[in-house]
Write a protein that binds this ligand. Structure first.
Ligand code: DX5
Ligand code: ZN
Length: 215
């Protein structure tokens, strides 16, 4: 079953509750946390995730684009995240492993994320314990960028590794996903689609979610 996860990065932050309700027909809510170091943009942090948790029962898929994410795993788990993604490029492997251990302790689902530069094989040391792998199809940092076609190869390679080592693990794709690109992304092996501008840039976000499902 393919899951659709609208990214609130493209929502109107002044009307966040309204914009979250507008995508209630989706499966998950994707929350982009950026620290101005790991990526050249700053978005939201723990208090906002806490407030989001109070206004929706949706599954909160929290994408941490921050340096040394191990420092904030407990805080985001307590704030109400259901799943946390940490970038493999954001710290030393031993500290990524530590972040995953903390997630396990806190009872949140565990994911690692790959920038476009990172090889699919980088997930191997962690794959057997993961609930999800997130493959970026744009450089992380901003919504509304063009989908990187060459990342279809990485998606296919990660799909092969997942099938071999942990078939229950989900494969999420984030960046430039729209009704135009969704079909290719699914054919390459993704089962979870993040979409920011394709959903919130549409006149009718619910119709955009339906269009992604059809694609
Ligand atoms: C980018 C974020 C994405 C972003 C996607 O760094 O991780 O989740 O919101 O936006 P679109 O769908 O517009 O590419
Ligand atoms: Zn994201």
């Amino acid at each position: 079953m393919v899951k659709i996860a609208p990214s609130i990065l493209s929502a109107d932050f002044v009307n966040l509750e309204r914009d979250i309700q507008r995508v209630s027909s989706a499966d998950w809510l994707h929350v982009d946390v950026m620290d101005g170091c790991f990526v050249p943009n700053i978005t939201i942090g723990v208090p906002v995730v806490q407030s989001i948790r109070k206004c929706t029962d949706m599954f909160l898929d929290v994408h941490l684009m921050i340096d040394k994410p191990v420092r904030y795993v407990e805080a985001f788990a307590k704030a109400g995240a259901d799943l946390l993604s940490v970038h493999l490029e954001a710290d030393h492997p031993t500290r990524i492993a530590e972040a995953l251990r903390l997630m396990e302790q806190c009872g949140v689902q565990k994911a690692v994320a790959l920038r476009p530069i990172t090889a699919a094989s980088a997930v191997l040391p962690y794959l057997e314990q993961l609930d999800m792998v997130l493959v970026m199809t744009v450089e992380p940092g901003f919504g509304g960028q063009a989908f990187m076609e060459h990342q279809l190869d990485t998606i296919r390679q990660v799909r092969e590794l997942i099938n071999q080592y942990n078939p229950a693990c989900r494969l999420e794709v984030d960046g430039g996903v729209s009704p135009k690109t969704a079909g290719k992304v699914i054919a390459a092996g993704a089962d979870t689609l993040v979409a920011g501008s394709a959903v919130y840039g549409a006149a009718d976000p619910a119709a955009a979610i339906a269009a992604l499902r059809e694609a």
